[in-house]
Design a protein around this ligand. Structure first.
Ligand code: MN
Length: 128
């Protein structure tokens, strides 16, 4: 069964970019445009990994992450945060909220697939 990745991103161009980078690697890539939709999709589709934009309208990506971590079933889903505001201290904030890794935008499209594959493997979801 192909692995499912949920991309949470309110910017349609960034969403398309991440989807285009990941789809050729055989993942099923789902998209959510805001935090509420992200929470619904994690519940209904149980993705193997989440790529989470931090800055979202309404509930932001860090709060979505905190809420997911309170649910036993979602405590261990790998979550990779993305933020355009790469500032000192960002990474700590993101990890403290429960994310496992951090990417600054613009996303490095050559590194993203490798990071995703490594995180899936680390969490026992790799193909090998
Ligand atoms: Mn955003």
């Amino acid at each position: 069964m192909p692995q499912k990745i949920l991309v949470v991103e309110d910017n349609p161009q960034s969403m398309r970019l991440v989807q285009m980078v990941l789809q050729p690697h055989g993942y099923v890539v789902l998209g959510a445009g805001d935090g509420e939709e992200a929470l619904r999709l994690v519940e209904s589709d149980k993705p193997d990994l989440v790529i989470m934009d931090v800055h979202l309208p309404g509930i932001d990506g860090l709060e979505v992450t905190r809420r997911l971590r309170r649910v036993t079933a979602f405590r261990d889903i790998p979550i990779v945060a993305m933020t355009a505001y790469a500032m000192k201290g960002d990474e700590e904030t993101v990890l403290a909220a429960g994310c496992n890794a951090y990417l600054s935008k613009p996303i490095n499209t050559r590194e993203l697939p490798g990071l995703v594959a490594r995180m899936l493997q680390k969490h026992g979801k790799g193909d090998a």
